[in-house]
Design a protein around this ligand. Structure first.
Ligand code: APR
Length: 320
């Protein structure tokens, strides 16, 4: 059987980390694409030289030519500009929208059968725009946000409870931004709801509220510390989990930014919800019951995403 092909559009911090992870896991041969000349070629050469030490069989190549992504099974998109301190995800809109146009066209022309995972921010708007510009089916274009957001939530909860991160199953809904909705009623430690752990005196409502807030601004906290860029290890790890779910037809239920049409009261909007990821891409959105508070918060998040789409349409008339 021919090896799978993984194309990474954007060879920056996340793109390089993705390439390393994909190579280590031998997900397939890897093509790093970037507009910057030399960058993808240099990273590909460097990563290839990890092979003999780590013992992976994966060909890693770098390119500035979209023709080289032809036949890709999975494409992960990080092309664009990362957030700088003081810049909100939304400030990135204008710049990254143009990038999505060129990436969408490159994918449509060269690898229209791929499963596409978008990471570029502002995520919910960019994944929607990428789908529009590429014209791929909705089930084959998803956004990576929820896996990362719930990993952040889980990390902070594991620290708070003094337990292994392996036992925390965190649940986050909504857009990838300050309005995301970490849902404590669906968040458990070895099956025990966080709300029950609070009742048992193992934490306080105040502490959990602070963790919810820290999760919401989790990206910004890292931007503030790094000063010259945004998070890349956990975003790359999260996208690789999604790629593995697709390649292995794992039917994992992962929180992803997907096209929701007919569930959660939505009629065709990309937003973060739990979805089954398998060989057909985003196979089924799972609609869960939300209490009034979560419902309200989800609506705020949905409205924020809709506002971004209005802004995108104002910038690029072809999106109307
Ligand atoms: N096509 C392809 N690559 C592009 C394009 C384009 N039109 N425009 C920019 N790039 C490349 C840049 O040359 C750079 O190498 O995208 C890469 C982005 O890399 P970084 O600046 O290191 O950003 P990174 O940390 O990888 O984050 C990428 O993911 O989480 C989001 O907010 C983040 O939107 C940002 C994206």
């Amino acid at each position: 059987m021919a090896r799978k092909k993984i194309a990474l559009i954007g060879a920056g911090n996340i793109g390089g980390t993705l390439a390393h992870l994909a190579a280590k896991k031998e997900l397939g041969d890897i093509v790093l694409f970037d507009v910057a000349e030399g960058l993808p070629q240099g990273k590909a050469l460097d990563l290839s030289q990890c092979g003999p030490v780590e013992g992976f069989d994966a060909k890693v190549t770098g390119t500035n030519d979209y023709a080289d992504i032809a036949g890709a099974d999975v494409i992960i998109v990080t092309a664009g500009v990362a957030r700088k301190p003081g810049m909100s995800r939304d400030d990135l809109l204008g710049i990254n929208l143009k990038v999505m146009k060129s990436v969408g066209e490159g994918i449509a022309a060269n690898a229209p059968d791929a499963f596409v995972i978008c990471i570029t921010n502002p995520l919910d708007a960019m994944v929607w725009a990428l789908r529009e510009f590429s014209g791929l089916p909705h089930n084959k274009v998803v956004g990576m946000a929820g896996v990362l957001d719930s990993a952040r939530f889980a990390t902070f909860l594991a620290w708070e409870f003094g337990v292994s991160v392996k036992d925390v199953n965190a649940f986050v809904l909504g857009g990838h931004g300050d309005t995301m909705v970490p849902v404590t009623s669906y968040t458990t430690v070895s099956g025990i709801p966080v709300d029950d752990l609070v009742k048992m005196g193992r934490s306080s409502k105040e502490a959990i509220d602070a963790i919810v807030q820290r999760t919401r601004s989790g990206g910004g906290e890292i931007v503030g510390l790094l000063k010259t860029g945004s998070a890349f290890y956990a975003p790359a790890t999260s996208a690789i989990a999604m790629a593995e779910a697709y390649l292995g037809d794992q039917k994992r239920i992962l929180p992803c930014a997907v096209h929701v049409d007919g569930k959660y009261g939505l009629d065709g909007l990309y937003v973060g919800v739990p979805v089954v990821i398998g060989a057909n891409g985003a196979e089924e959105v799972i609609e869960i019951a939300l209490d009034d508070e979560a419902k309200q918060n989800f609506q705020v998040s949905v409205d924020a995403v809709k506002e971004l789409l209005v802004a995108c349409k104002a910038i690029d008339g072809s999106l109307n």
